[in-house]
Design a protein around this ligand. Structure first.
Ligand code: PEP
Ligand code: MN
Length: 409
């Protein structure tokens, strides 16, 4: 590259309001660790991290029950606001420091690190004493005094996008925190204001994909504030996982009908547990994991673990059926093309690819099953597929017609 071209490039880079958070600074993406010891959680890695809990900390009983329920269902972080930014000055403003204490206590008991909002630079000190991660709310994303103060907070920051913040402005806000000394920033899409009134906000999943390309910072999604409607939280959570978000921030209340704020968008525990089950199969297909909280080794944890296995089994059966259908279709196409129906070299390549992806097994990084186990399983799948194909070939020889919708038994 000529000096002139380099100069142009440098000028271009320097014009951007954000550089430290740019993807090219860390092409592999950054991981943000929240909490300490065995309960610590890493956002931005292969695990899909779900933070859940009430909009606001209300009472010791409420936050405890919420913590217990979301931990049981597999959340890895507990959320709950103590300093609440409310539209009306007459609405519940949060319990303040007492709320922080209750949240921290409930998180400790349930084995979950806690994340909670900080609204002003002067409050950073008190929130840092109780929280494992500090949330900047939509209304404060461009409160630069607060962002600078968070640069030296020493704890990770969950930075929410504002209702009218562009992606560029959000990245500029993140850059403030990083430039002032704190590299541990997680972005959170929580819906923007559009002409649409059917939902509280419009969850901008475009932004998630755009952010994943532009920045190395992890990106979470808040489908609760993003939609404002309990019935939309499950489908939009799945959409967030599908588009590549690193996790979710979900409002869950033990008794949403009695919540002091945002009850209509809060999930009751049973619905939250159902969401986590549905996400398990979906994430497994993307080769991502939805971990259970590490500290729990009781009967309830066993039940949750088994529900997760059932969810993955459902996905496996579906995948095997779709695979067999395609193999049958391929046979029909091969016949139409005048090709040999058997393709041993392709079968060998299929097995080889699966084995290569399997890695070393339990001690390795790719998964619990080793190469030999994966090879056996794939040989069985191919064997079963061959039998289906043989039955189909027989049927085709008989009528010579088109591919039957069902293969004769
Ligand atoms: C919250 O998550 O508690 C909250 C107030 O959300 P937002 O800042 O996105 O409105
Ligand atoms: Mn809320």
């Amino acid at each position: 590259m000529s000096n002139a071209a380099e100069g142009t490039d440098r000028t271009k880079r320097d014009d951007r309001p954000w550089r430290l958070v740019a993807r090219e600074t860390r092409p592999a993406g950054s991981r943000v660790r929240i909490g300490e010891g065995a309960g610590a959680v890493e956002v931005g890695g292969p695990e899909f991290v779900v933070a859940a809990g009430p909009c606001a900390d209300e009472t010791r009983g409420q936050i405890r029950e919420a913590a217990e329920e979301v931990a049981r269902a597999g959340a890895r972080l507990l959320r709950g606001g103590a300093f609440k930014p409310r539209t009306s000055p007459y609405a519940f403003q949060g319990l303040g420091e007492e709320g922080l204490r209750l949240l921290a206590e409930a998180g400790r008991e349930a084995g979950l690190p806690v994340v909670t909002e900080v609204m002003a630079a002067e409050e950073v000190g008190v929130v840092v004493r109780h929280a494992d991660a500090l949330q900047v709310g939509a209304r404060n994303v461009q409160n630069y005094a607060l962002l600078k103060a968070l640069g030296t907070a020493g704890k990770p920051v969950l930075l929410k996008r504002g209702f009218a913040t562009t992606v560029d402005e959000l990245l500029g806000a993140a850059e403030y925190i990083v430039a002032h000394g704190n590299p541990d920033v997680i972005l959170c899409e929580r819906g923007i204001r559009t002409f649409e009134t059917a939902t509280r906000n419009t969850l901008d999943l475009n932004a998630v994909a755009v952010l994943k390309a532009l920045t190395h910072l992890p990106v979470m999604v808040d489908p609760s504030h993003g939609t404002g409607r309990r019935d939309l939280v499950v489908p939009l959570s799945k959409a967030a996982a599908a588009v590549g978000a690193d996790g979710l921030l979900v409002e869950v209340h033990p008794h949403p009908e009695a919540a002091w704020s945002d009850g209509s968008q809060s999930l009751p525990p049973a619905l939250f547990a159902a969401l986590m089950r549905e996400l398990t199969g979906l994430l497994a297909v993307q080769d991502r994991t939805l971990p259970l909280s590490g500290g729990r080794l009781d009967e309830a944890a066993l039940g949750t673990c088994r529900e997760r296995i059932d969810s993955i089994d459902g996905a496996i059966v579906g995948l095997l059926q779709r695979r067999a259908e395609l193999a049958v279709r391929a046979l029909w196409i091969k016949r139409a093309c005048g090709r040999a129906l058997e393709a041993p070299e392709r079968e060998a390549a299929v097995i080889q690819r699966a084995v290569a992806a399997a890695g070393a097994g339990f001690a390795g990084s790719a998964g619990a099953l080793g190469a030999a186990a994966i090879e056996r399983l794939f040989r069985a799948i191919i064997d079963e597929t061959r039998q289906v194909e043989a039955r189909l070939a027989g049927a085709l020889a008989l009528d010579g017609g088109c591919c039957p919708a069902r293969v004769p038994a």
